[in-house]
Design a protein around this ligand. Structure first.
Ligand SMILES: Cc1cc2nc3c(=O)[nH]c(=O)nc-3n(C[C@H](O)[C@H](O)[C@H](O)COP(=O)(O)OP(=O)(O)OC[C@H]3O[C@@H](n4cnc5c(N)ncnc54)[C@H](O)[C@@H]3O)c2cc1C
Length: 480
C-alpha cells in the first residue's frame, strides 16, 4: 500500500517502518534534545529525525525523503555554526549512532564512521602514538569538519584533514553505495576533499595516520591587552619561517570568570598565542621560546602535555547552546595596518566572549611571491558569541559592523582578500590542478532529483505540518 503521510507523526511512523535505527517524531520526549544543534541561535523543527543504524538505513532514509519530496539534512556532530545539519519540516539523517573507529595497521589508516566525534578518534589512535589531523575541540564531528577542510593543531606538518582522506564510503543521492578513493570514483574522492559539499552522505572515512605523541609541546601564553598589536606583529614575524612542526595562532579574547584565576584576571581581555609543536616536547620548548617572550606574559600555560589531553583542553571554552555568529576568511598578508584595525575593532567587539583569532596555516614549502619571498596568508576568524542573552538587534548590528569592517570584501585596510579554499594554500602550487578538476563533470548519480543533502534550504512556512504527498506523475517529455 502506498504511504501518503500527511502529518509529521505519519512521516516519522512511515520512515520508522523502513529503518532498523530509531526515528524520533516531534511528539516524542527526546525530540527537543535530538533536534538541538551546537549553536544556540539555530532552532529548526524537522518532521522526523532518523537515527540511522547503518549504511542501509542511510540509503533507505534518502530514498524515503526523495519519494516524499521532503527536504533532507545530514547531521554528523551537529557543530556547524550555520545549522546546516538540520532542516525545518524535513528529514534529518542523524549519524550519531554510527561512531565506530577502527585502525587498519597494514595501511596505517583509521576507519571512522560518519557520526563520530574527534574525541572518538583520538581515544583510539593517541594511545598508539598516532594521530590524523582533526579539530581542536574534541566534541566536533569528524564528518562536517573533514568535508569542509579540517584545520588542526598539526596542520602545517601533516596538512588538513582532507589531505589525509584516503577513501570514503558514500551513499549517493539515488541511494547507491560507492567507495571513493584515488582509484575508484576518483572525481568523487576529489570532490569530497574540498569540493564544496552536497556530494552524498559519507558513512565512513578512511584517514591517514601520522606518528605523534603521546606527548607534544602545547603553547598557550596570555599577554596584556595593551600589548595586543605588539604581540600579533611579533607572532606574525616569529612564525614566518618556523618549521612545519609548529602550528600557531595569535588571538584576542577574554579570560574566563574562573575562581582559579586572580581577581584582576577574571573576565579580563587579553592577547594570546596558542599552538602545538608536533614533535618532541624538548624541541617544542626551544622552538616556541620567542613566542613566549613577545611581551611580559600575564600567564604562560605552555609545556609538555599528553596529545590526548591537549586535544580536549579547549572543550570547556566552547560549550553547546551559546548563541554564535562566526565568520572567517584568508588574508593576503597581515600588515601592521591590518593588525591595528584588527586590534582596534577587537577592543570594541560586541561581547567579551567574542574571539578574534588569526591562524598560521601555510607550510614552509607553500607558495612564494616575488623574489622568492614567502607569501603569508593567514586565516582570520571573528567568532562572536553571546552567553547571557538573546542577541539583541543593537548588539547584532555592532557584530555585523565588526565583521564587515574586519572581514568585509572591500576592507580598505586588509587589502585584497583571498577567499579561496585553504587546501590550495596549504598544499601550495596546485592551483592549476584544482582548476582543472573543478571543471570536470561530477560523477553520475549525484545531484539527481531534488535531493541535495546539507544544502541550505529556502525559508519554510512558519506553521507545520506541510502537506506531504507524492508529486503528481509528470507527462513524458518528447525530444524532437
Ligand atoms: C567548537 C568548534 C570548534 C571547531 N574547530 C574546528 C577546527 O579546529 N578545525 C576546523 O577545520 N573546523 C573547526 N570547526 C568548524 C567545523 O569544522 C564545522 O563546524 C563542521 O561543520 C563541524 O562538523 P560536524 O559534523 O560537527 O557538523 P554538522 O553540523 O553535523 O555538519 C556540518 C555539515 O556537513 C554535513 N554533513 C555532516 N555529516 C555528513 C556526512 N556524513 N556526509 C555528508 N555530509 C555531512 C551536514 O549536512 C552539514 O551541512 C569548529 C567548529 C566548532 C563549533
Amino acid at each position: 500500500m502506498a504511504i501518503e503521510p500527511t502529518t509529521t507523526t505519519a512521516v516519522a511512523a512511515a520512515l520508522a517502518e523502513r529503518l532498523i535505527g530509531h526515528v524520533i517524531a516531534p511528539e516524542q520526549p527526546e525530540y527537543d534534545s535530538a533536534r538541538r544543534l551546537w549553536n544556540g541561535m539555530i532552532d529548526k523543527r524537522p518532521a522526523a529525525i532518523a537515527r540511522c543504524a547503518d549504511e542501509t538505513d542511510v540509503a533507505e532514509a534518502i530514498r524515503f525523503a526523495t519519494e516524499h519530496d521532503l527536504p533532507l539534512a545530514v547531521r554528523g556532530g551537529g557543530h556547524n555554526v550555520a545549522g546546516t545539519a538540520s532542516v525545518d519540516h524535513g528529514t534529518v539523517i542523524d549519524l550519531s549512532a554510527m561512531r565506530s573507529v577502527r585502525i587498519d595497521p597494514s595501511r596505517r589508516t583509521v576507519h571512522v564512521q560518519g557520526g563520530a566525534t574527534w574525541a572518538d578518534v583520538d581515544r583510539v589512535t593517541a594511545p598508539l602514538g598516532l594521530a590524523t589531523p582533526g579539530g581542536v575541540v574534541s566534541e566536533t564531528g569528524v564528518a562536517g569538519l573533514a568535508l569542509s577542510g579540517g584545520v588542526s593543531h598539526q596542520r602545517r606538518r601533516d596538512g588538513m584533514t582532507i589531505d589525509n582522506l584516503v577513501s570514503a564510503e558514500v551513499v549517493l543521492a539515488d541511494g547507491r553505495r560507492v567507495r571513493a578513493s584515488a582509484d575508484e570514483h576518483a572525481d568523487l574522492h576529489w570532490a569530497l576533499r574540498g569540493g564544496g559539499g552536497n556530494f552524498g552522505v559519507v558513512t565512513s572515512f578512511e584517514l591517514r595516520l601520522h606518528e605523534l605523541g603521546p606527548q607534544v609541546y602545547g603553547l598557550n601564553v596570555a599577554y596584556p591587552i595593551e600589548d595586543a598589536a605588539r604581540v600579533l606583529a611579533g607572532w606574525r614575524d616569529a612564525v614566518a619561517d618556523a618549521p612545519d612542526e609548529l602550528s600557531t595562532a595569535g588571538f584576542i579574547w577574554s579570560m574566563p570568570v574562573d575562581d582559579a584565576l586572580p581577581d584582576e584576571l577574571r573576565g579580563a581581555p587579553y592577547a594570546g598565542v596558542v599552538g602545538m609543536w608536533a614533535g618532541h616536547p624538548d624541541e617544542g620548548e626551544r622552538a616556541t621560546r620567542e613566542l613566549r617572550e613577545l611581551a611580559s606574559p600575564l600567564l604562560d600555560m605552555s609545556g609538555p602535555v599528553e596529545y590526548l589531553d591537549f586535544q580536549s583542553s579547549l572543550d570547556p571554552f566552547f560549550p553547546a547552546g551559546v548563541r554564535r555568529y562566526w565568520k572567517a576568511l584568508y588574508l593576503d598578508g597581515f600588515s601592521d595596518a591590518a593588525i591595528d584595525t584588527t586590534v582596534d575593532w577587537a577592543n570594541r567587539r560586541p561581547s567579551s566572549d567574542t574571539l578574534v583569532i588569526v591562524r598560521h596555516c601555510e607550510r614552509s614549502d607553500g607558495p612564494r611571491g616575488r623574489r622568492g619571498r614567502r607569501v603569508r596568508r593567514p586565516q582570520l576568524r571573528v567568532d562572536a558569541q553571546h552567553r547571557l542573552e538573546l542577541a539583541r538587534p543593537r548588539r547584532r548590528r555592532r557584530q555585523r559592523r565588526l565583521h564587515a569592517r574586519v572581514l568585509g570584501r572591500r576592507s580598505p585596510v586588509l587589502g585584497r582578500q583571498d577567499l579561496l579554499q585553504l587546501p590550495r594554500l596549504v598544499r601550495g602550487g596546485r592551483r592549476r590542478r584544482a582548476r582543472q578538476l573543478r571543471r570536470q563533470p561530477r560523477p553520475a548519480g549525484l545531484h539527481q532529483g531534488r535531493l541535495r543533502p546539507g544544502q541550505r534550504l529556502p525559508p519554510q512556512p512558519e506553521h507545520p505540518p506541510r502537506r506531504l504527498t507524492r508529486p503528481p506523475p509528470q507527462p513524458a517529455r518528447s525530444i524532437p
